[in-house]
Structure formats: C-alpha cells, structure tokens
Ligand binder design. Sequence first.
Ligand code: ADP
Length: 222
Amino acid sequence: VDRIKHDAPVLVIGLGRFGAATAGELDRLGREVLAIDENEGLVQKWSERVTHTVQADAKNIEALRQIGAGEFQIAVVAVGSSIEASVLITANLVDLRVPQIWAKAISRSHGKILERIGANHVIYPEAEAGERVAHLVSGRMLDFIEFDDDFALVKMYPPKPIRGLNLTESGVRTKYHVTVVGVKSPGKPFTYATESTVVSNHDLIIVSGKSSDIETFAALGN
Ligand code: ADP
C-alpha cells in the first residue's frame, strides 16, 4: 500500500449508483479517474463529470488490457447486482496485477469469494448503511460511524445532563465512558473540545467511544 502514490489514478468499473458516486467524488477530490461501463448511455451521461469514461465489457480481459487497466495501481469494482460479472472482473484485475482492488459485495458469501480471488478491500454498502440506520432511527444520533472493534464516532445533540456544564463538571468521561471530541455551536465552525468547553442547548457534539457506551450516553435523552 505504501508504495502507491496518494494521488494515483483510479479505475472505476461500473457506473451504477455506487460506482458513479465513487467516481464523482474522486473527481471532485481532483483525482484522475477512468470509469468503465458496458452501458453506452451511462458512459455518455458521466463523460462530462469524470475525467475519462470508456464503454467496455470488463468481463473481457482483452478489452481491459487495451484500455490500459493493467497500468492502474488502484481499481474499484462497482458491479454488485451481477455476482458473476463482479467475480470475473475482479479476477481479471488480479490477472492484470492491479495491486489495490476494492470491490463491492452484496452479501457475505459474495464478499468471501471476492477476497479469495484476491480483492484487497471488500465493501458492503447496503449492510453498512442498514446497520448505521439502526443506530439512527432512535433519533438520538444524527450520524454514526462504527469501526471494526466496537468503537464509534457519533454526531448528536448533547443529552440533557451535560448541557450548560463544561466537560469536567459533567464528567462525561468518568461517568459515561465516552469522549466529547468536538463541539459545534450554531453558525460557528466545529472546534475541538477541551475540559473547559461548555456544551450548550443548541450545540452539536461529536462523541467517540465504545458503541454500547455511546448508546447509553445518547439514551440519557433530552
Ligand atoms: P448499483 O447498485 O450501485 O447501481 P449495479 O450493480 O446495479 O450497482 O450497477 C452495476 C453497473 O455496472 C451497471 O451500470 C452496469 O452497466 C455495469 N456493469 C455490469 N456488468 C459490467 C461489465 N461486465 N462491464 C462493465 N460494466 C458492467
């Protein structure tokens, strides 16, 4: 990984919802992108937004070779609904020795196959979004990111017991085992929280900690 340049061009295969979002955001970040889709209409549609778009069937390794896919250091396989295509495309990229392959999976077994073939990173967008929503539906959290090891980062309004107090007085760490990382007052930018930061009614806070501790903290309510 460390020998790959941070700004290396990215090959994106599939311009469905996921691939188009990936390619569009990479482009916005100023990265060079080559996006491939077998659907001519989609290629046309995205040709204005993304640096390079090509119509090709990525199941065909010769087509990939001609496009220069083997020169890329990073590829994203954004084909999900056809597991067969996703698997063949990933295998082609492995054969072309693309060193960093990201592939989207629609199920755990699909992901397992992709890993066995040689995908370096398997993404489960639907499962991840679904799990996130489970934490958000209570309405207590505005955003929720969970990392592998049961550690989360959450955006929320401050629960009532900590409002109007600074972080030492409210004892967020000692009582609730979570850390307030940042605070945003209306109309102001986010600032890092310190022991003397006072959290007010209309502030937004970013909290880190064990997912279960954050759930308990959020449940203290308004
Ligand atoms: P999403 O759910 O993100 O919309 P899909 O799996 O439905 O993803 O979309 C996959 C995209 O990949 C479609 O635009 C489709 O045309 C494209 N695609 C599928 N198979 C191939 C292939 N063999 N070569 C190139 N593009 C492909």
